[in-house]
Design a protein around this ligand. Structure first.
Ligand SMILES: *Cc1c(COP(=O)(O)O)cnc(C)c1O
Length: 366
């Protein structure tokens, strides 16, 4: 007997016969590594994200790592990033030989507070990692201004940002290089996988060599550069293409579900729903909000079979990252203490959302 009594899960996929059809096609092509689907998938990503150059990586974490080593930043130089992010943003920096410097974020939007960047810059700073979280853009324009002034590179962790735009411009393609993840719980998925985008030709060429054993194409055993293998399979690219066909429907569906949650929950005084900055569009990643009753609320919802998720645990408090801490990041701590994510996936029904909202209303009015 299973002890798992979850009735409403945190994430589920919008995946069906269409993906199966492309998987079959990629098998029929008798070439399972990057091939026809990868080419088509990268062309579509290039169009959607306004990026001239697109390559793939096995996942978002390795995508960030590959982008960082391609930037060839000085060893042990500092990279500034928000403390409020997923662990991989920080570890990619460390494995790329850089020193992460964590700064604080805004409580309402979870976005990096750009004013804090300037005071974190030292003679040893080489880059800023801009992070687009929970379905909106951070203030990438201001980040770029600061970067330009101080001669710093900008890498965009747009792992959660596919489809997200800053004042109409697609995130990921605004800085020097950007990375989208296609992990199972992102807005579109290939299971595992990521795309790296840039408008810088020489950086793109560097990435190509690094990801393909230091050679411009397969079929030769002379490797002019150092490189490894960051390729994906054509099966994944086929799934990704199929997901792209559903993308407009996915966005609409998520926005409708967000609105339904919001209708009930935004009128509860002890709930602060994630705010969307005026410079960004919004593709809900989850229904994200803060409440000072997080712990009891999550306990009770879980008991009702509703899976909840906390916000990120801040980087500056992580067991293996604490030693890099130099700036106070109190808002990141509050976001963890109070942040709750509710599901917003395709198979969640309106009834499910109403059920969740009803339980929350009852609990918080007690
Ligand atoms: C998911 C995620 C990553 C890592 O991507 P994977 O494909 O899971 O390796 C990095 N940064 C952020 C902000 C993410 O949400």
């Amino acid at each position: 007997m299973s002890l798992d009594t979850t009735k409403i899960v945190q994430n589920d996929l919008f995946i069906d016969d269409k993906e199966l059809e492309y998987i079959q096609k990629s098998i029929d092509q008798r070439w399972l590594s990057e091939g026809a689907f990868a080419k088509k998938f990268s062309e579509e990503i290039s169009k959607i994200t306004d990026s001239n150059y697109v390559t793939f990586a096995p996942n978002g974490t390795l995508g960030l790592f590959l982008a960082l080593i391609a930037l060839d930043l000085p060893k042990e130089s500092e990279i500034i990033l928000p403390s409020f992010t997923f662990y991989a943003s920080a570890t990619a920096c460390i494995f790329a030989g850089l020193k992460p410097v964590f700064i604080d974020v805004d409580l309402d939007t979870c976005n990096l507070v750009t004013e804090k960047i300037t005071s974190a810059i030292t003679n040893n700073t080489s880059a800023i990692m801009a992070i687009h979280i929970y379905g909106q853009s951070c203030n990438i324009e201001h980040i770029l201004e600061i970067a330009k002034e101080h001669n710093l590179k900008v890498i965009e962790d747009a792992a959660q940002g596919f489809g997200v735009r800053y004042k109409g411009r697609h995130v990921g393609s605004i800085g020097d290089v950007g990375v989208f993840s296609f992990f199972s719980d992102k807005v579109i998925t290939t299971g595992e996988g990521a795309a790296i985008v840039t408008n810088n030709k020489s950086l793109f060429e560097k990435i190509l060599l690094l990801r393909n054993q230091g050679r411009p194409s397969a079929g030769t055993f002379i490797h002019p550069e150092l490189g490894m293998n960051f390729r994906i399979t054509d099966i994944q690219a086929g799934i990704g293409l199929s997901q792209l066909n559903k993308f407009p429907q996915i966005i609409e569906d998520r926005l409708n579900k967000f609105a339904l949650y919001e209708k009930t929950l935004c009128s509860i005084p002890s709930i602060q729903v994630l705010k969307i900055a005026s410079y960004s569009n919004f593709i809900p990643f989850r229904f994200c909000f803060r409440t000072d009753k997080k712990e009891i609320l999550c306990q009770r919802l879980n008991r009702e079979g509703i899976a909840t998720r906390s916000y990120f645990f801040p980087m500056h408090l992580q067991p293996k990252l604490k030693k890099y801490t130099s700036h106070s990041c109190r808002n990141s701590e509050i976001l963890y203490e109070e942040g709750v994510c509710l599901p917003i996936h395709h198979h969640l029904s309106n009834n499910d959302i109403e059920f969740i909202c009803e339980k929350i209303s009852l609990l918080l009015k007690e």
